[in-house]
Design a binder for this molecule. Structure first.
Ligand code: PLP
Length: 398
């Protein structure tokens, strides 16, 4: 059989089939049922928070966080440009205006640039941050890219100082936490005003599609739960006092989720171990190195980033991905920048520099929890071989 090592596939080695069968057996397949409550309870316990609400996707979770933040048409929301577009599209659902911010070397948003933006382009009037165009800068969506915690000490300080709401997109960072500093013991998604998780197929745990939201203010979590189930106010008559959404997770999804939660710690352990092996195997390699995660944190190490010396290559990232695919190694490029995508071409940009660089040179390498040591060694040999070939080509062209 031909070799094929996938980038990231789900792992159902636990009680997934048993619980899903059980949900079907009980007839509770839709937006009510015990597994939903159980998953919410397990998430809350794991994250050391009092309440979590399960929803249809990370995207719907971010949308609900923006709705609950009171983001209205014309308001501004600061977002990264180097991320998955689902972190930004919900801003448009609210007819609000994204302001695209740069990353730093952690691949997460650069707090220094946010501070400069607030200082130089905005003023504070009646406890609101007002952009020079007159728009209210209502919120900031911080993404913990690939499981790497953004600098939350700085971001919480900035949110307080400049009066914006801090929404953590922790969709890639379930299980990532601080083990040092003022947030020691705190998990990604539980530090800002809102935290959003995703259980899409390639995330660290999956419910097929799904997500969850938590918030500092428990009333807000309860209100999101209410909004996500069509804002029904009366169990007997159809009374709805607000515009609701059909964003609740289903019991079948939650059954998968409960089984996955039982395995989360073991998934994280394997991701961390495999990361260390990759890092060792790429140490001292001239054309690429594995990026580090933030000091003072324990990362779930969801995705591994190989930073490639593109200036020494005769090709683009795309050619490398295709060549590796021919050798049975599935990789992917970090995202195309969002401000360059068609729906966002007239958006507001703020001093984008590093995002351009990283978007051209970061390759994600296979990181499924099932990957074996032998497979990792094979992947690394193939990557080195391909990069050396392209580097030779560049040299001989000169
Ligand atoms: C996966 C992801 C989302 C969206 O989650 P879905 O569950 O797929 O809707 C949002 N932001 C980032 C950064 C993601 O990686």
């Amino acid at each position: 059989m031909e070799k094929f090592i996938p980038l990231s596939i789900p792992n159902f080695e636990g009680n997934e089939r048993k619980y899903v069968d059980d949900a079907i057996e009980q007839g509770w397949v839709s937006t009510g049922g015990a597994y939903i409550n159980d998953l919410e309870k397990k998430l809350a316990e794991y994250l050391h928070v009092d309440d979590v609400v399960a929803c249809q996707s990370g995207t719907s979770g971010i949308h609900m966080a923006l709705v609950e933040s009171g983001v209205r048409p014309g308001d501004m929301v600061i977002v990264p440009t180097l991320t998955f577009i689902a972190a930004v599209n919900p801003v448009k659902y609210q007819f609000a205006v994204p302001v695209f911010m740069d990353c730093d070397d952690s691949l997460c948003m650069d707090p220094n640039k946010v501070e400069q933006f607030c200082q130089e382009e905005c003023t504070i009037v009646d406890d609101q941050l007002i952009h020079k165009t007159g728009a209210i800068v209502k919120a900031l969506v911080i993404v913990h890219v690939f499981g790497n915690l953004a600098d939350m000490e700085r971001f919480v300080w900035l949110a307080q100082r400049y009066h914006f709401i801090l929404i953590e997109d922790a969709t890639e960072a379930l299980g990532t936490r601080y083990n040092d500093g003022i947030y020691k013991g705190k998990y990604a998604g539980t530090i800002g005003d809102f935290g959003v998780y995703s259980f899409n197929g390639n995330k660290i745990i999956t419910t097929g599609g799904g997500g969850a939201i938590t918030a500092k203010d428990l009333k807000r979590v309860a209100h999101i739960r209410y909004l996500s189930t069509q804002a029904k106010d009366d169990p007997y008559n159809y009374i709805h006092n607000e515009v609701g959404y059909n964003y609740r997770m289903t019991n079948v999804q939650a059954a998968l989720g409960v089984a996955q939660m039982e395995e989360l710690e073991s998934f994280i352990f394997r991701k961390q171990k495999n990361y260390e092996l990759y890092k060792r195997l790429f140490a001292d390699f001239r054309y690429g190195k594995i990026k580090e995660f933030r000091q003072g944190t324990v990362s779930n190490k969801w995705f591994y980033s190989l930073e490639i010396a593109m200036n020494e290559m005769s090709c683009s990232l795309r050619d490398i991905i295709i060549k590796l695919g021919e050798r049975g190694v599935q990789t992917r490029a970090i995202w195309g920048l969002i401000h360059k995508q068609k729906p966002y071409q007239d958006a507001i940009l703020y001093r984008l520099e590093k995002s351009n660089y990283y978007s051209s040179c970061i390759l994600n390498v296979p990181c499924s929890t099932q990957i074996t040591e032998e497979e990792i060694r094979y992947v690394v040999i193939q990557i080195k071989d391909v990069l050396e070939e392209f580097a030779d080509e560049k040299r001989s062209n000169h």
